[in-house]
Design a protein around this ligand. Sequence first.
Ligand code: SAM
Length: 275
Amino acid sequence: MDLWFTEYQTKDLSIGCRVIKTLYREKSQYQDVMIVETPQFDRMLLLDGVIQTTVKDEFVYHEMITHIGLNTLKDPRRVLVIGGGDGGTVREVLKHKSVEKVTLVEIDEKVIEAAKMFLPEISCGLSDPRAEIIVDDGIKHVRENKNTYDMIVVDSTDPVGPAVGLFGAEFYRDVYNALTDTGLFVAQTESPFFNRELIPRIFADVSSIFSKARLFTANVPTYPGGLWSFTMGTKKYDPLEVDTASIPELETRYYSPEIHRSCFILQPFIKELIK
Ligand code: SAM
C-alpha cells in the first residue's frame, strides 16, 4: 500500500510526499515531532505535520541563514542559535574558525533527541566541544543575556505556538540588546509569495530598531513556494560592503562569494513588498 503524507502549505495549496516509513514519532509538550523516510527527500523532520528540514535540501537553508551573517562580521566569536534543534545551523556555524562558542537555545528537547537519533549528518555539530545546548525559550534567553553575542540566528518554525513571539518587535529589541555593539542577527522570515503581510511588517520593525535592515532570499524546494526569505538586522557591518574576494574558503554547496552578493538582488515584487 502506498503511504503518502500531505502538508497544507496554505489553505488552498499542499505538498505530498511518498513515505517509506516513520522512523520516530513523539508528542512533546509543544508539538507532534516526527521523522519519516521518503524516496524523494530521504529523511525529513516534521513538526505538527509541517516540513522543517530534509536530508536532501537542508544545506540551502542552513548555509544561507549562517554564512551571510558570519562573513559580514569581523572575527565573530560568540553565536546564539534560537530554535534550530535539528542542529544544521550549529554545524554550519562551527565551520568558522573564529567562533569560540555557539549556544543553541531550543524549546523542545524531543526535537534534539530525534535529530541526534535519525539525522546524524545534520545534528553532528551538537556534540562539538564548542557547542552549548540549552533547552529553554529563546525569547526569555535573549532578555536575560545583554551585550553577549556577535551573531544571533533565529532558526524558528513558522509563527505558530511558542514561535509567535520570535516574530515580534519586542523580541527584536531584546535581540538588539543581547548583541555586542557590532553584532547582527538573521532570522528566517517565511515566503515572499504567501506571507505578504508578515515580511513588510518585520522589515519595518527591524529597520526601526537596527542601523540597517537587509532582506535576502534562497530556494528551498520543500518550503511553501520554494522561494524563502531571510531578514538581517545589523548594528555596524553591511553584508553588501563585504569584500567577497576575502571570504574564506568554506565547504558549501549553495553559499558562495557570488551568492553572498546575488542573494540581495531582489525581484521587483519583493522590492515592492519592503518598500
Ligand atoms: N528551518 C525550519 C523552518 O524554517 O521551518 C526550522 C527548523 S527548527 C527545527 C525550528 C525549531 O524552533 C523547532 O524545533 C521549535 O521547537 C523551535 N522553537 C519554536 N519556538 C521556540 C522558542 N520560543 N524558543 C526556542 N525554540 C523555539
